[in-house]
Design a protein around this ligand. Structure first.
Ligand code: ATP
Ligand code: MG
Length: 443
């Protein structure tokens, strides 16, 4: 399928790092219409332009508009400095030290405005650490400088509000039309500058159905260990984007393919050789994707809880064997595994609390009578924990009985629930069926 009119012109791709003239794709030859650009983004673009600055929509927004998708957010690039941007907009906040940006607030929507950056050549050695990682990025430049510091060609197009054309220095329009993900410049240098680009490659390939360029793939296979240098908080943000964009399952498979998972979830990786665990994790990813597509809320706690479930379960068993009561054994196991996990990908406290709730409710689903059952049913994390239980049953890790019992109970009125719960004998329920598949989701 042809995505948009694309005329091949003289090659504008750089040679020896020197920018040649860009390809200008005029309004009549591309499909980006102002109708599809959110009003706040247009306001920002027009105001900058009227004040005499260059103003372009850039990055993912241009890419998504060319693909006929609605962009998640609209980023603007300009030759105005952050301070100059701030003078033009009352609703502007300047953020970031490593990378200074202007955020223009329109109710809940934020338009991010970045000043064109210059590249990091040998002149700017002080901005890199010894492995080549960029530490600071506040050297301003012009549009023809800015383009080379972007990651993929598909992310390096500029939609110019001055004449509604697209400015393409790197062959990005053609790559988008061919659904190709190509890193700009030398692969190794670019991944060393920022190893998170490896995760971004996987994310864009999964989300957009693009093929990762051969060089780019090879470099990921070799440079994976660089991810170990990335701060866990940044990896958390990136993992969220990977798993909450509606393509968690595909992204997870790609992370395994490129052997990157071990830098993110080492304890989980050790257990994925077991087919039941692998199936459970796959179902959790799939359930998250289903929910994202249906616009239902998702919490990172659910996937993190799923990834760490087998290690937590095994450590709990070991603790019980060492003589601890089950509840204590579980809490100790949870503490140990969460503490190790956050050395790689951090997890904010509010999510680790939910993870612990999900895990500890698993054993409590065995109780179907009296106050204990009520406490489970009215627990704030009941829904997530119940979905988790059903996915475990679907994967064949636990019997289906409890999932069925709680499913049926939820379908009853509060009076009926009361009757059912009071009619149960106290104590954990005996299992009658072998593990069997059934439906489940997450909430
Ligand atoms: P999404 O649809 O996820 O928002 P995006 O391409 O807009 O995708 P952002 O993280 O919003 O991604 O970044 C906006 C733009 O900034 C990118 O398109 C890219 O040009 C540039 N960019 C972002 N992160 C990096 C990076 N780590 N290295 C180089 N360029 C980057
Ligand atoms: Mg974006």
């Amino acid at each position: 399928m042809k995505l948009f009119k694309f005329k091949r012109r003289k090659n504008s791709i750089i040679e020896d790092g020197v920018a040649r003239d860009p390809v200008i794709i005029p309004r009549s030859e591309h499909g980006i219409s102002r109708k599809n650009i959110d009003e706040p983004a247009l306001k920002v673009l027009y105001r900058l332009h009227k004040a005499g600055y260059q103003a372009c929509l850039v990055g993912g927004a241009v890419r998504d508009l060319l693909l006929g998708r609605h962009p998640k957010d609209f980023d603007v690039a300009t030759d105005a400095t952050p301070e100059e941007v701030s003078e033009l907009f009352r609703n502007c906040r300047l953020i970031g030290r490593r990378f200074r940006l202007a955020h223009i607030h329109f109710g809940r929507q934020i338009i991010e405005v970045a000043t064109f950056r210059a590249p990091h050549g040998e002149l700017h050695e002080e901005h890199h650490d010894e492995s080549g990682r960029i530490l600071r990025d506040n050297v301003y430049g012009e549009i023809h400088d800015d383009v080379w510091r972007r990651d993929f060609t598909a992310n390096a197009l500029y939609y110019n509000i001055a004449d509604f054309s697209i400015i393409d220095y790197v062959g990005g329009a053609e790559d988008i039309a061919n659904k190709r993900l190509r890193l700009i410049g030398d692969q190794e240098t670019r991944y060393r500058e920022d190893p998170v680009r490896m995760l971004r490659a996987i994310r864009f390939a999964s989300k957009l159905g693009f093929t990762i360029d051969e060089n780019c793939r090879q470099a990921i296979l070799e440079l994976g260990p660089l991810l170990a240098e990335i701060p866990p908080a940044r990896l958390f943000e990136e993992v969220l984007k990977l798993f909450h964009s509606g393509h968690a399952e595909e992204s997870f498979v790609a992370l395994q393919h490129y052997d990157l998972l071990k830098y993110l979830f080492p304890d989980a990786v050790r257990e994925l050789g077991d087919s039941t665990t692998a199936e459970f994790v796959r179902l959790a990813m799939q359930s998250t994707d289903d929910r994202v597509r249906l616009d239902k809320p998702v919490t990172p706690a659910f996937l993190f809880a799923a990834l760490l479930w087998t290690p937590v379960r095994k450590q709990t068993e070991a603790n019980v064997e060492a003589g601890m009561p089950h509840a204590v054994a579980l809490q100790k196991a949870a503490t140990k595994l969460v503490a190790n996990q956050v050395r790689y990908v951090s997890i904010p406290k509010r999510f680790t609390t939910t993870m612990r709730d999900i895990w500890s409710l698993q054993a409590r689903f065995r109780f179907h009578a009296g106050r204990r059952a009520y406490a489970v049913l009215h627990h704030p994390k009941f829904r997530a924990a119940y979905d988790f239980l059903c996915l475990r049953a679907n994967a064949g890790e636990t019997a289906i009985d409890d999932c069925r019992w709680w499913t049926e109970l939820q379908e009853k009125s509060p009076e009926q629930q009361k009757k059912i719960i009071s009619a149960q004998k106290p104590g954990p329920r005996k299992r009658r069926h072998k593990p069997k598949k059934d439906k489940g989701g997450q909430r």
